[in-house]
Design a protein around this ligand. Sequence first.
Ligand code: CA2
Length: 169
Amino acid sequence: MLRLLVLHGPNLNLLGTREKSIYGTATLGAVDAAITRFARQEQFDITIRQSNLEGELVTWIQEAKGRFDGIVINPAGYTHTSIAIRDAIVAVAVPTVEVHLSNIHQREEFRHKSFVAGVALAQISGFGPSGYLLALRGLAEHLAAARSKATRTRRPALGRPKARTRSTS
Ligand code: CA2
């Protein structure tokens, strides 16, 4: 069973209460319930956490090594400022997908830069809460492909012996 960690960054606990025209009407509780339902259906072992603190997010990323197969993170405002979160993702080398509810590339210039994107497997931006589910699906497919490649490399398949060709000279 894939063990996946979903991290929500600062202010996402306010979802559905303000700025509804940008972030939608779903509360964080509703988003997490949709993630949990999807995880159950796909048979993922899921853990979901939210923090307003950069250091706490860094600690959770560090602790993910050996405990989780992949991370989905919406770093929220820290996307555009946090070298610490980027460094933690590099340090643990756990495949990580970055998610944004809004399309950050259509918004203010300062939101176009993500410190996380360059070290993430992928970035999903602009699909609202569905972005988390797309990220989990993409991550699971990536992990399955990586595992099957590793298995093939470790144990070369026993193929049929090569046909002998007769030499005429
Ligand atoms: O679109 C996203 O998911 C963001 O990561 C959300 C961040 C923003 O700083 C990023 O540029 C893009 C902001 C999260 C704050 O969420 C709120 C929700 C409701 C009310 C106020 C803030």
